[in-house]
Design a protein around this ligand. Structure first.
Ligand code: KG4
Ligand code: ZN
Length: 332
């Protein structure tokens, strides 16, 4: 079965055809990040306007190669103007091609980056850390249908912490990749300059907004040199990565899952991937670690189509609705 996925929740416009949830036939992603870099962050109207201009070219490229049996589209969470472009496109295609629509929760879809082009699919139960620009969620999946929320951020998401601290360090948007790149210029002799919020709390909650304040206080009367940028980038990254890994491994210890999955834009972070793998080896934890291919970590429609295949719920085009506030445990 071939599913056409459509993703327009934020600043990526993407269309993809995926066969049986795992095999990618096409995956076209257009990012409007250049536009947002000029304003130092996303202005929702600009993001929606970019979605409108990109959706047809992206679709044309992805559906050129083959037909499809159903249309999967992100209904939330995300920016309402951006989401609407995807939904109205799916609605029109559904009417014209007489194919059903499968609504998809964007956060759940991120998890399916671990199912794409893998010889062995992750075994259940699993623990999954979903870290994106707007969300930090730690979940326990007993099976495809059962998602138990263990904890998440009380304030800023991990990606948001990267984006906001990058801005304070005068590094370009999006902050995650900029911080990661700058941090590479620094040695791995860390001074722990920044707090590891809530790391010792015996729960699965996160809080990253204090990190931004801490960076602000340290840079406010200081000249931002290249040296300072690389040192602070490395220290900020280490603080975020330490908390994410610490809480994730507590969850692994408590729930003894068969596999551990990373997902979302921040899962593209090399330091997070490297340190998590090191810790698991060092502590001899028995769990299969799944790290998605980098291109499937950040927003793309292949994960939307994959998620739809494993969570089929058809709805007629008249019934589809956006839900910008959707959480990871909400049904669509
Ligand atoms: O999942 P995603 O593409 O979009 C949302 O659903 O939000 O995640 C985007 C977030 C941004 O905050 C971006 O800075 C972060 O992921 N990100 C990274 C890296 N690549 C993207 N953060 C850290 N290191 C990276 N390499
Ligand atoms: Zn995302």
């Amino acid at each position: 079965m071939k599913i056409l996925g459509i993703e327009t929740s934020c600043d990526e416009t993407s269309a993809s055809i995926v066969e049986n949830g795992t095999k990618i036939i096409s995956n076209t992603v257009f990012s409007s990040q250049e536009v947002h870099a000029k304003t130092g962050g996303i202005i929702p109207e600009n993001a929606a306007r970019q979605q409108i201009t990109s959706i047809i070219p992206v679709l044309e490229k992805s559906i050129k190669k083959t037909g499809f049996d159903a249309i999967a589209v992100t209904v939330g969470p995300g920016l309402i103007g951006s989401l609407l472009v995807g939904i109205e496109t799916a609605r029109t295609l559904s009417y014209v091609y007489k194919k059903p629509i499968i609504p998809v929760n964007h956060l759940v879809a991120h998890i399916y980056a671990n199912f794409l082009e893998k010889k062995q699919l992750p075994l259940f139960p699993n623990i999954c850390l979903v870290v994106s620009g707007g969300h930090t969620d730690l979940i326990y999946m007993r099976n495809l249908k059962s998602i138990k929320y263990l904890g998440g951020t009380r304030d800023d998401a991990a990606g948001e912490a990267f984006d906001k601290t990058a801005r304070l360090l005068k590094l370009p948007y999006p902050g995650g990749p900029s911080i990661a790149l700058k941090a590479k210029e620094h040695s791995k002799n860390f001074l722990s300059l920044f707090p590891r919020p809530m790391i010792h709390d015996k729960n699965f909650e996160f809080s990253f907004s204090g990190l931004k304040t801490s960076v602000f206080n340290k840079v406010k009367d200081t000249k931002i040199t290249n040296n300072l940028q690389s040192k602070f980038a490395a220290e900020v990254q280490e603080a975020i990565v330490d908390v994410l890994i610490h809480k994730t491994l507590i969850a692994v210890d408590r729930f003894k899952p068969k596999s551990l999955l990373l997902a979302g834009g921040v899962s593209a972070n090399q330091r997070l991937r490297e340190k998590l793998t090191e810790e698991i080896e060092k502590k001899q934890i028995k769990v299969d670690v799944y790290l998605p291919k980098l291109e499937y970590c950040t927003d793309n429609a292949a994960v939307i189509a994959s998620c739809a295949f494993f969570n089929k719920k058809y709805i007629p085009w008249q019934k589809i609705k956006v839900n910008p506030e959707l959480t990871i445990t909400d049904k669509v």
